[in-house]
Design a protein around this ligand. Structure first.
Ligand SMILES: [Zn+2]
Length: 600
């Protein structure tokens, strides 16, 4: 009877210790950022408050649990040891080992709690490998009725558990160094039909076409999820729609709780760097979340008038980053700005002497509004725009060259896209951020995988895809852990026949009444104007410029897509998605944004 009671006690003891172990590991490696980020929106008011509290205390829990465990472990070891029949030297070694392991465990958990720099797959291996061995040996110890033998075996089990975890982490760190580098290039304001990929005779992106394309997949029907920089890029790097992020106007920012691809990369042990050149990507907008290195020096200087050319600076800083980090694995995000107005003519061969020469956007828009321009003038603007693209393509070529010279081109995944297009008066406007038609949302998306097998992405070459699909696809391609709550689709597993995505723009808080949502699926695109419930439907295959509204003539498609938009509005545009605001615009920022055409 007494023996049975003892065994039950021991079982209880082993179980509680195992549970404590599991809890300890979960606390260290739990990706709480992503959990909070992705479940937050589903929460009611009180749950949100609980989560806020949980978030604040989480780092303390992460360090506190291992401390409690360490104390418990030490206490058990010290109380068991005197009863075991082994030499004093071995006992001392065991005690020393015990303390060493505790020290390593606590430092590791503190490091992770502070940096969240976990090697990929580590937690799972730790839990499965170490946990199994621990439990097997612990159960095995019950074969022995002699208490002292049982305790010896138990002590050995704990020792093995820690040895296994250390070995696994060593093994895994070695393996992860083979992971590919990631170069993510965004060119601001690059509409797809102004590239050499679509029209080789333009000669605008010769480098992309001749050097990058042969190793890549080009998504011919690429779209952005918003026609202006802040919502578009926020959406691109989180794989969540602007409405889900609460990005509504010029002082919105990405919430700390919204998990970005950069943060995932950092958790996966990547060195993360960004070189950006747009005022709307400044630190205060939250895009910088997760970057170890964030370089925004290329938006300074004469940027206000955009007379400064930023591509050479971005390229120089990118090359420096690659040279410094080429021996580890890195995630480098580059943002080129030059094709954004003011449009400059870098070649100066046109002989154009008209009034549109190097004029700022408000002057140009005024001329357009009052119909005070000729075809020759708009031709000149397009010529300058092409010239800016050509310059950018040249400098991107230099970055890729550097990858080749460093011998890491092959092992680097390259993503290339743009945040939106540019309208050249197709609907009476010059610039972007006002409509969801092709000229403002059509962007070239290129992915260069590391593994040739991945070229099976070509299923989607002629299927519409959007920037929100990039992150899930990248995660799958680079073999990273899943980032929950993504609104885009992994193009490796997505069904081309059932691939839908949305774009949106709202300018209500800019003082304008523009509020549009679109859904794109196969050959079809529907746009809903939310202010008057007006729908438009285009066959984007046959009517590339989206000029013939088919809303009345294709009933079945119309009802299907209307339903999609309705559902999306209900699920995604839920009230209560809190907008996170950065500080108000300063006078100089306001001035700069005005020159860039964002404020009237
Ligand atoms: Zn932009």
């Amino acid at each position: 009877m007494a023996d049975r009671k003892n065994i039950l006690k021991e079982i209880g003891y082993f179980l509680s210790l195992t549970i404590l172990f599991a809890f300890f590991l979960t606390c260290i490696f739990f990706p709480y950022n992503s959990i909070i980020a992705n479940r937050y929106l589903e929460f009611g008011f009180y749950q949100s408050i609980l989560f806020e509290i949980f978030k604040i205390f989480f780092p303390f829990i992460q360090i506190g649990i291992p401390l409690v465990f360490a104390g418990y472990f030490t206490h058990r070891t010290l109380s068991i040891l005197p009863n075991i029949n082994i030499s004093k030297t071995i006992k001392n070694i065991l005690i020393a080992f015990n303390f060493a392991v505790i020290a390593v465990g606590i430092s590791l958990s503190a490091l992770i709690a502070l940096n969240r720099n976990t090697p990929p797959g580590y937690p799972l291996l730790l839990l499965i490998g170490g946990g199994l061995i621990f439990i097997i040996i612990a159960v095995y110890s019950f074969r022995f009725t002699n208490k002292s033998i049982r305790k010896t075996i138990y002590l050995i089990a704990l020792t093995i558990f820690f040895l296994v975890t250390i070995l696994f982490s060593f093994f895994h760190n070695n393996r992860s160094s083979k992971n590919p580098n990631i170069l993510f290039i965004v060119v601001d304001t690059l509409r797809s039909d102004h590239t050499s990929l679509e029209y080789p005779e333009l000669g605008t992106t010769g480098f992309l076409k001749d050097t990058l394309l042969p190793d890549s997949v080009y998504f011919r029907k690429g779209y952005s999820n918003s026609p202006w920089t802040l919502p578009s890029i926020s959406s691109m790097i989180t794989s969540r729609y602007p409405s889900q992020l609460g990005i509504r106007n010029l002082i919105s920012k990405i919430n700390e709780a919204d998990f970005t691809i950069t943060e995932l990369m950092r958790e996966e042990g990547y060195r993360t760097g960004a070189v950006i050149s747009h005022i709307l990507l400044k630190k205060s907008y939250g895009i910088s979340q997760g970057f170890d290195y964030f370089n925004d020096r290329n938006i300074s200087g004469e940027f206000g008038n955009h007379i400064a050319i930023s591509s050479p600076g971005v390229t120089k800083d990118a090359i420096n980053f690659i040279q410094a980090k080429k021996d580890g694995k890195f995630f480098l995000f580059l943002h080129y700005f030059d094709p954004h107005y003011i449009y400059l003519d870098h070649e100066k061969k046109t002989g154009y002497k008209g009034k549109f020469r190097s004029k700022d956007i408000s002057f140009l828009r005024e001329q357009i509004r009052t119909d005070n321009y000729s075809e020759r003038d708009t031709e000149y603007l397009r010529h300058c725009y092409n010239s800016e693209i050509r310059l950018t393509d040249f400098y991107i070529g230099k970055v890729i060259d550097q990858l080749k010279r460093s011998g890491i081109y092959k092992n680097t995944i390259i993503i290339f896209t743009s945040d939106h297009g540019e309208e050249f008066i197709e609907r009476g406007w010059l610039g972007h951020s006002t409509t969801l038609y092709k000229e403002q949302t059509g962007v070239p998306i290129i992915i260069k995988p590391v593994n040739k097998e991945n070229l099976r992405l070509r299923n989607f070459e002629n299927i519409p895809v959007s920037n929100i699909d990039i992150v899930p696809t990248l995660i799958s391609m680079a073999g990273l852990k899943r980032m929950p709550g993504l609104s885009g689709k992994d193009l490796f597993s997505a069904d081309p026949d059932n691939h839908f995505f949305f774009s949106e723009v709202s300018q209500k808080e800019f003082g304008s009444d523009i509020e549009l949502v679109s859904v794109t699926w196969k050959n079809w695109k529907m746009i809903k104007d939310l202010k008057n419930n007006h729908f438009e439907l285009y066959n984007i295959n046959e009517d590339v410029e989206e000029k013939t509204n088919l809303i009345g003539s294709v009933q079945n498609i119309s009802s299907k897509l209307k339903l999609k938009i309705q559902k999306w509005l209900k699920n995604i545009r839920k009230p209560g998605v809190k907008e996170k605001k950065r500080q108000a615009l300063s006078d100089s920022e306001r001035e700069k944004l005005k020159t860039l055409g964002y404020l009237n």
